[in-house]
Ligand binder design. Sequence first.
Ligand code: GTR
Length: 431
Amino acid sequence: MHRTTRFLSVCATLLLTITTRADAPATSPSDNYWPNPKLFEALAKQKKKVTWNYREENVPPYTLPDPLLCRDGTRITTREQWESKGRPETLELFRTYVYGRSPAPGQVSSEVTETDPKAMDGKATLKRIKITTTIDGKSFSFPTALLTPNGAAGKVPAFILINNRPLGSADPSRKQKDGFWPAEDIIGRGYATAVFMTNDVDPDSKDESLRPRGVRGVWPAGSGKPGEDSWATIAAWAWAASRVLDYLQTDPAIDGSHVAVIGHSRGGKTALWAGTQDQRFALVCSNCSGCGGAALSRRIFGETVAAINKSFPYWFCGNFHKFDDRENELPVDQHQLLALIAPRPLYVVSAEADFWADQRGEFLSLAHAAPVYALYGLPGFKPDEMPPLETPVSRGHVAYHMHRGIHNLTPYDWARYMDFADRVWGRPSRR
Ligand code: GTR
C-alpha cells in the first residue's frame, strides 16, 4: 500500500511536470521546483470548491512590461538613465495605479516613553517610543518598540518588523514569545529590532467608521485624489515604517545606514512598498507577500487583483480596483516593484503550501527584476532557476528561499534573512 501510494505520487509529479512543461509560457518552467503533489491533491479534494487557479497549466499566456522600457519608448541602458528616468517613472506608476500617494513625512519628533536596560534577562535594552508627525498643523502619533543588544562594541544594524498580527506575535515585553518575531535570536546575532503594529497606524478593517482612529483619519487622501490615487492602508503602514526609520536614524545605539524592513503577507506587501519608496532601507525582506506584493499579477495564480480588492477594498488605491480581472492592462507588474529596490539587497521568501500567494510568481518576479540589478553590475536569477524547497540561494544582492510548511514567518526565515544581512553588510557571522 505504502509503495503503491509512493508510486502514484511519483506518477502524479511526472504527469504534472510533463503537462505543465508542454503548455507553460516561456517564463514559467523551473527545473528544480515542483509543488508537493500531496499538497496539491489536498487542495483539489477540499470540500469547499476551490475556485481560484492553483495549476500551472492554467496560467494564461502573458507578457510582462519590460522594466527597462519607458513609456515614451526610450530604452534604459545605464544606471544613470534608470535613476533619472526609468526609476521615477516606474515609481509614479505604482503610486498612481497600485498603492496611492502618501503625504510627505512632515515634521517628525519622538519621545522615549519607557526604557528597560535589563530586558531579556539583561541581554537587551527595551525602549518604547512615541513617534509624532505634524503636517500643516495636524498631528498623528503611534507607538513603536526597540530592542537593542547590550554590550555591543558600537552602533548596531537593525530589522524593523511590520507586525500585522496580534500583539502576542511580536511582544516587546517578551512575556509572550512567538517564532514570528524571535527577538532573542535576533539580539543573539547582534542585531537590534524594532516593531510596530499595523493597527496602531491604520485599522486593518473594512469598517470605514474605524478609519478616524488611524493616520488616514488625519490625512485621508494623502497627497492624491480621493477614489483615484489617494493613499490606502498598505501605503499608510509603509509610511509608518519610514517614520520608525526616521527615529532609528536618531538613536545613538543604531547604525541608521543598515536598517532592514521586513514584513509577512500583508506586512510583506507593505515592506516592499516601504522599501521601494524609501531608499534609506538598506535591505528589504518580503515574506509570503503574494498578490500586490512580490507575486506577478498577470499569472492569475492564487489570489487575483479582483479577489484582493474584494476582500480588502481598503488596501490599495481606487485606481487599482479598475484592473479587477484586467491584469494584462495594468501599466506595471510586480517585478517592476522589486526592480525599484535595486541595487539594494532584496530577499523574497515563499511557503511550500502557500499557493494562494503564488510561490512561483514570487520567484519569477524576482527573476524578472534582474535586468535592473544588471545595470549595477549585479547578478540575478533566471526564470528557470527557482531553487528547491528549503534551499536558500543568494546571488549578489538578491536572495530567495521557500520554507517548508504553511504561510508564516518563522525562525528559519529569520535566520536566513540574518545570514544574508551578515553577508551583504559585511558583518562577521554570529550563527
Ligand atoms: C490573506 C490575503 C493575502 C495575505 C494574507 C495575510 O487573506 O488574501 O493577500 O495578505 O491575508 O496578510 O495574512
